[in-house]
Design a protein around this ligand. Structure first.
Ligand code: PEP
Ligand code: MN
Length: 280
């Protein structure tokens, strides 16, 4: 019998969901996920992993199956990419997250990673959602680029309905008429989620803006908006990246951003205390 009590919608005084991954708790403090858009080689992944860890990242990201607009673009290294990601995670000491595209791959991809990512294009792939729900690993569910908050939560509900409470929502920008940015990063969704759901929510300013120059500011803005973390693309040499080089930070840029992230996080402790006082 499925656990029918699990639901994404919060009830009064309900505690927020905390998602534990090794030593990291998503939903407590501010979790930073960083790494390349895709795993390209062992050297690239391990060097990037070690450098983001040195800068203070909590979790390593890296795609092995890439959902590309063109079938002729680099599709990711597949199983080889997962083996490299696992090794980069071990060498850096960081838990790892990767996107899974196909329900048939879920059970074996789980053997390599700590968190399964469902991408924007698959947010409403219900067979994939059911499969990741059964897998027993935390799920990072990106917002569909054309989806409302309520559609997004309904998709999270599919995972919960399989008995898996460990869902992390990720705002990654939506399609609007604006074309200066790759997507329109909807930061108002962060406090909106907090109003209606107990699930943790993080922000991806890399895909959300598609512009290197905007990533740091949007990371900082995510902290102020009350997000539980961010996911940022970092490449050891963005000019040579096989995917999303234009929005990838270099390791020194990431290091400099992280100093500001941790500083702002400290300020947020005081802001949150003032919030609690004023809501009494
Ligand atoms: C990604 O994070 O690598 C990715 C493809 O993101 P999205 O699904 O948000 O486009
Ligand atoms: Mn990318």
């Amino acid at each position: 019998m499925k656990n029918l009590k699990l639901t994404t919608i919060k009830v009064k005084n309900q505690a927020r969901t905390l998602v534990k991954v090794k030593d990291i708790t998503i939903g407590e403090g501010f979790t930073v996920i960083a790494g390349p858009c895709s795993i390209e080689s062992e050297e690239q992944a391990i060097e990037t992993a070690i450098r983001v860890k040195e800068a203070g990242a909590d979790i390593l990201r890296g795609g092995a199956f890439k959902p590309r607009t063109s079938p002729y673009a680099f599709q990711g290294l597949g199983i080889k990419g997962l083996q490299i990601l696992e090794k980069a995670g071990k060498e850096s000491g960081l838990p790892v997250v990767t996107e899974v595209l196909d329900p048939r791959d879920v059970s074996w991809v789980c053997e390599y990673v700590d968190i399964l990512q469902v991408g924007t294009r698959n947010m409403q792939n219900f067979s994939l959602l059911k499969e990741v729900g059964k897998a027993g690993k935390p799920v990072l569910l990106k917002r569909g680029m054309f989806s409302t908050l309520s559609e997004w939560l309904s998709c999270a509900e599919y995972v919960l309905a399989e008995g898996n409470p460990n869902v992390i929502l990720c705002e990654r920008g939506i399609r609007t008429f604006e074309s200066y940015t790759r997507n329109t990063l909807d930061l108002a969704i962060v406090p909106s989620i907090k109003e209606v759901s107990h699930l943790p929510v993080i922000v991806d300013p890399s895909h959300g803006t598609g512009r290197l120059s905007l990533v740091e500011r949007m990371c900082l803005a995510s902290i102020a908006a009350g997000a539980d973390g961010v996911m940022v693309e970092v490449h050891r040499n963005p000019a040579e990246a096989l995917c999303d080089g234009d929005q990838s930070l270099s390791p020194p840029m990431f290091m400099s951003m992280m100093k500001k992230v941790r500083k702002l996080q400290e300020c947020m402790v005081e802001i949150n205390a003032l919030d609690r006082e004023s809501s009494k």
